[in-house]
Design a protein around this ligand. Structure first.
Ligand code: ATP
Length: 325
């Protein structure tokens, strides 16, 4: 039996995420990282990353949200391919994996709190591994994903998952049914580090701890048990009652217009509304697909400056959708 030759081109579809709960602890004194307990939910709003063998490395970005996305080595997808190449050299004995051209079709809002850059990194890892002959196994790709950023492992996994540590220690969450969403995208992004700085200031964690405050600093957030139970029950109303985001106040302080979007969501009958991750995208929960359409129409009338997308989850993680020999 002869092994199939690796394809020349591979396209991977990879989802955006919303955090159904995002609990954030005080920054660790040794490395500044905030310990998290978060529930990731992948949604069917996806980027497509195509990797093809080429004479030299290159990257292009097309699609609705292409504007302003870097096309050089600072793009997370490029960094992902470079890191994968290092692993191929070090662990697979492949001296120089052939160069590749990366194309990203960008449908996930940029700097929107939906981990679009992390999604592209996960997509590029899987696509490049495919054209380089699948020398690395899914477990190896997850380890590389962790090095790239805390949200990258979840983009590979998809579905619903509990994330602890920096959000990258994942376990799958049991859940029933689909959740229907309307995502409201601001025309201005938010910088994740700036949201965390604002969160620290609002929480008093921009000061040094004292003997009295030290116990609170050392607390690690607990998993949101009520939300996990609601997901198991598959009851969207109950899920809506347990959505939470510790970064929401900071995102709203930086973009006060988000308060109006959340209020408009309540006015048009959404089950609940929440800032997605570090914002500024707002996720409105609906009872069904038809309800989501109604909400999107209502939002377009009340907040015409905000772009809306109807979608649902959980969506699968990064997956190869086409290859060419
Ligand atoms: P998170 O939810 O993980 O905090 P985000 O969705 O808020 O992320 P991203 O869309 O991932 O933010 O992008 C943040 C910044 O990263 C962008 O402003 C951009 O300069 C840079 N960046 C690097 N690679 C990419 C990429 N492939 N797509 C989008 N942005 C990228």
């Amino acid at each position: 039996m002869t092994a199939e030759p690796a394809p020349r081109i591979a396209t991977v579809r990879v989802p955006a995420k919303v955090n159904l709960a995002l609990r954030v602890g005080a920054p660790k004194l040794d490395n500044g990282y905030h310990p998290l307990a978060t529930v990731f939910h992948a949604v069917d709003l996806t980027d497509e990353v195509t990797v093809r063998r080429a004479r030299r490395f290159s990257l292009e970005v097309t699609g609705r949200f292409a504007e302003g996305v870097p096309t050089d080595h600072t793009n997370l997808a490029w960094r992902a391919v470079e890191l994968l190449r290092d692993y191929y050299r070090q662990t697979c004995g492949v001296r120089t994996p052939l160069p590749v051209a990366i194309s990203i079709e960008k449908n996930i809002p940029v700097a929107g709190g939906m981990a679009g850059g992390s999604a592209d990194a996960a997509g590029a890892l899987l696509a490049a591994n495919t054209v380089w002959g699948n020398e690395l196994m899914p477990g190896d790709l997850s380890a590389i994903a962790e090095e790239l950023g805390a949200d990258v492992p979840f983009a590979l996994l998809g579905g619903n998952a509990l994330g602890v540590g920096r959000g990258d220690e994942l376990s799958t969450v049991l859940a029933q049914g689909q959740l229907h969403w309307v995502f409201c995208v601001s025309d201005q992004g938010l910088s994740t580090p700036e949201v965390y700085r604002t969160f620290d200031r609002l929480s008093g964690w921009d000061q040094m701890p004292t003997p009295e405050t030290l116990p609170a600093w050392e607390e690690v957030p607990e998993p949101p048990e009520d939300l996990l139970q609601a997901l198991r029950s598959g009851d969207a109303v109950e899920v809506g009652q347990h959505l939470e985001n510790d970064l929401q106040a900071a995102a709203v302080e930086l973009q006060p217009g988000l308060r109006d979007t959340l209020a408009a969501g309540a006015d048009v009958g959404a089950l609940a509304g929440i800032v997605s991750g570090s914002g500024p995208t707002i996720a409105l929960l609906a009872a069904s697909h038809d309800h989501a359409i109604d909400i999107s129409v209502g939002m377009a009338a009340l907040r015409p400056e905000v772009e809306v997308f109807v979608t649902s989850g959980p969506a699968p993680g990064a997956r190869v959708v086409s290859t060419e020999a």
